[in-house]
Design a binder for this molecule. Sequence first.
Ligand SMILES: *Cc1c(COP(=O)(O)O)cnc(C)c1O
Length: 455
Amino acid sequence: MRYVSTRGDAPAVGFEGALLAGLAPDGGLYVPETWPALDRDLHGLDYAETAAAVLAPFTAGALDEAALLAMAKEVYAGFDHPATTPLVQVGPDRWMMELFHGPTLAFKDCAMQLLGRLFETVLARRGERLTIVGATSGDTGAAAVAALAGLESVDVAILHPLDRVSPVQRRQMTTVTAPNVTNIAVQGTFDDCQDLVKAMFADRPFADAMRLGGINSINWARIAAQAVYYAFAATRLQGPVHFVVPTGNFGNVFAGYVAKRLGLPIGRLVVATNVNDILARFFQSGGTYAAEGVQATLSPSMDIQVASNFERALFEAHGRDAAAVRGLMARFKQSRSFTVEADAFAELGRHFGAGRADEAATVARLRWAAANGLGVLDPHTAVGLEVALGLDLDGPVVTLATAHAAKFPAAAEAANLALPPLPASMADLFEREERFTVLANDLDTVEAHIRGAFR
Ligand SMILES: *Cc1c(COP(=O)(O)O)cnc(C)c1O
């Protein structure tokens, strides 16, 4: 399988190239050159077997299904539920799929755990090392540290904004003492962290000397690995199955589109946003994508205004016309806004829909869930459920439960609910010693620290 860039100005690469590069050199995102069809019946397969079957077409030429299965069995055995991603019924034909049974209690583990093994295998084969740098508002960094700690061929440096991630999220990163992990608390915001990471990649001498790689959700391998749980759910319910996806960067919901293109019985893919609703406004306005300022909410992992993975959907909706995508992205860079043509909007509307929940509705839905036997949910899942229960769709609707409630104490408190305890594997999180370095929001300072940490 080969991968092309959504901006059309980068050479096609194989799976290994897409995995190691993250972003394409022309600034675009990698997508498969052609969409494979899954000619396999997934009924009766467990999660690891489903993962190997779904991923095999995307890794063809780099890894075969047997190699994938060995990795998948190992990593998903570490999840604390026998079904890996269990379905919970919330009403007639209405379900939640719990994606938070991995080591850091958010759905990002589902893909990141596998990504660690993919990096290790591919790098060992090439005799190469990689330095992963990433910015996090909490969940991605924790999942990356958990997946990459202790690996032979990878060093990992995670930047988080000082005092702006929850204590559970911070401790999940900073209590990991493996020598290949360094945590940096930047005196600044999440956007500052992200700008520093972008600047490190743009600093070619530094990027080449450190052999930088990325793990944010633009990495194709993460998207592909997330398609697995859509396939798993669609195989278990009488399809077509609709999904409601708490959304920030459009990565998770695009993985649903990938599963649909593979041929799985999937109906609508509904984006659920909080008040940072650029995507909901896009669908309501008939195709105008216009950024506004980011507001802090109870569901912080969706406090995003620029949904980087949306570019992949735009590429498909424009008949894979990279010039059209380049035009939209240039317009967005200039004026923070663009409007798509009617044809492209209609094509997006065939697959995707959107809804939004404000803070009051999120809190009310948290209280409703607790009163209706669903326990304390996390706020991102509550946003999803709020949108899902307002939809008029026939057939099964699955809301993705993206995190464990214990990760987001502010939301439980706002809803006047007792915070559930951390799972046993993390019961001593607040007794463990922390290790991180506070640095100024300054490129030279951060680069010098990373160079020194992994000399
Ligand atoms: C990352 C995250 C999201 C948003 O996922 P995207 O792929 O960015 O759309 C939603 N909920 C939780 C808990 C997250 O960690």
